[in-house]
Ligand binder design. Structure first.
Ligand code: FE
Ligand code: CA
Length: 525
């Protein structure tokens, strides 16, 4: 079970944790050799409170393994409460939920420079299988998490069920949707950004933030800890592997590259971005590939589920140019049509298009943040567009959709978060010509809690659909979208809760949409 394939170290050759993977008598010796002097703590500290207050998580499934995550934090809201040295953490992966049939185990150092978080890249697991995992520090056992590997590369897969979610403002409401999500029969959760919100305390909401606006590394760490204090969120992490990407609020509202909302000097904002990215990495089940280097964080990446699905996970914040027409909802300025205005940046865009071209998967998913469909808000004679999303970067959108139209990757489906409402859209060759070709399908998922209860207002939905004939559905409630992928069809179920102001609301399917293989555009079921 523990032999290593040739080339295993290539992608993570400098990751000492790989060296520690595997059981056996030589382990301690290896540990001592690889962690000389005081780098490795010998004994576990005595914890006065549960060191696993932030729960456990797993992520980025591959056919042969996943990332296992936890962070030791007995005082989660006050910096973590850990001693300033490395702590040895044991991890185990089992084939059963009682952790009896152990198939992999190892040790890893939880390091103070990463807030005593651990990211274990387990290898050597079987494809398409459920596994359970647990951490141990001295006598302290973590909760048991459950995770699932991806199918073998290129293998036939008949079904994939995942949910996607975004935008979990802690103050705005309870994470009831996650409580329901954890009980779903899913292979995977995809999170599209706004995991935390950076703002300060605003009174009179269902819950309260723990500090003023977060700026420093310590601030961001404590903010993640507050969000992860929610048991429903922890439960959803423990139940499934997650694939995460971030949007703006993990750093600062509507930031663009090195430019923040308040016009700070870019060099200063990049220091804040570095702190924010580091805290993000520390709290997410990401691979070492995504370890930040200063203000840079590699988040865009690809995950493949056999022959059925390929996810291109995008980052539309870090490499973008500033909003061409400024922020907010307004009429378009000429700069929105400038081909140099970009959300992905040239390198990520090339990577995306190349990947779409080479993919052999049935469903090609763009897991990203921002509304791609044209969405006009008609106010009198004026047509207003959201300038922070793809509507403010028209040439970049035309380039992407034009490529898809020309090269015809199999069943392109765009997943979107950010705007705290549910939408289903046809992505058109020409949005202003309703009869023009539908090139791809966009499913926009609402928030988990951001914006508070929201509502299901048919008048508002009708108004939006009338102004945008390629939009098939609008709803303003909270929840997530459950997607069932088969070789012949894609089903999206819009799962919503009546309220997030109080815990305990039931969940219903507000609407379901289907995409048939080979025919872009969704239809109501
Ligand atoms: Fe949001
Ligand atoms: Ca956002």
């Amino acid at each position: 079970m523990n032999e290593r394939k040739p080339g295993l170290f290539r992608s993570s050759g400098h990751d000492r944790r790989e060296f520690l993977a595997g059981a056996g008598a030589s382990l301690l010796w290896v540990a001592t050799r690889r962690f000389p002097h005081s780098a490795m703590a010998a004994a576990a500290p005595k914890f006065l409170a549960d060191p696993y207050s932030l729960g456990v998580a797993s992520g980025d499934p591959a056919p042969d393994g996943v990332v296992l995550w936890t962070r030791l934090a007995p005082e989660p809201l006050a910096g973590g409460g850990m001693p300033p040295h490395n702590i040895l953490v044991e991890w185990r992966v089992a084939a059963d939920d009682r952790m009896r049939r152990i198939v992999k185990r190892g040790r890893v150092a939880a390091r103070p420079e990463l807030a005593h978080s651990v990211h274990v890249e387990v290898r050597g697991l079987d494809p398409s299988r459920w596994y359970w995992y647990q951490f141990r520090v001295g006598p302290n056992l973590s909760p048991v998490g459950r995770t699932r590997t991806a199918p073998a590369e290129g293998s036939r897969l008949d079904k994939l069920i995942f949910a996607f979610a975004s935008c979990q403002h802690y103050e705005d409401g309870y994470y009831t949707a996650y409580r329901h999500m954890a009980r779903e029969n899913l292979d995977l959760v995809v999170f599209l950004g706004d995991y935390i919100y950076e703002g300060g305390i605003r009174k009179g909401r269902p819950r309260e933030h723990n500090s003023a606006e977060v700026v420093t590394l310590d601030d961001y760490r404590n903010r993640y800890a507050l969000y992860k204090s929610d048991p429903d969120l922890r439960q959803a992490h423990a139940a499934f592997p997650w694939v995460v990407t971030s949007d703006d609020h993990e750093v600062d509202n509507n930031y663009a590259g090195a430019i923040d909302q308040d016009g700070s000097p870019p060099a200063n904002f990049l220091l804040r971005r570095a702190a924010a990215y580091q805290a993000y990495y520390e709290h997410m089940p990401l691979r070492v590939l995504s370890m930040p280097r200063g203000p840079d964080l590699r988040l865009y990446r690809r995950l493949t589920y056999g022959s059925l699905a390929e996810f291109s996970v995008l980052d539309t914040r870090q490499y973008r140019t500033d909003q061409p027409c400024g922020d907010g909802h307004k009429e378009r300025c000429p700069e929105a049509f400038d081909p140099r205005a970009t959300l992905l940046g040239p390198e990520q865009e090339r990577w995306l298009l190349r990947g779409l071209d080479q993919s052999r998967a049935r469903w090609n998913i763009l897991a990203q943040q921002l509304m791609m469909s044209q969405t006009i808000e008609v106010a009198g004679d004026a047509k207003k567009y959201g300038m922070d999303n793809w509507n403010g970067y028209v040439a970049a959108r035309a380039r992407l959709l034009g490529f898809v139209q020309k090269r015809q990757p199999s069943n392109p489906v765009v997943l979107t978060g950010d705007i705290h409402s549910n939408w289903v859209c046809d992505l058109k060759a020409n949005f202003d010509a309703p009869e023009s070709e539908t090139i791809a399908t966009e499913f926009v998922g609402t928030s988990i809690s951001s914006g508070g209860d929201g509502n299901n207002n048919p008048a508002e939905a009708n108004r939006r659909l009338a102004a945008n004939p390629h939009v098939r559905f609008f709803n303003g409630q909270r929840g997530y979208v459950r997607c069932t992928l088969l070789p012949k069809s894609w089903l999206s179920d819009y799962r919503v809760v009546e309220t997030v102001s109080r815990p305990g609301a039931p969940i219903i399917t507000r609407a379901s949409f289907i995409v048939e293989n080979g025919t872009p555009g969704a239809h109501v079921v």
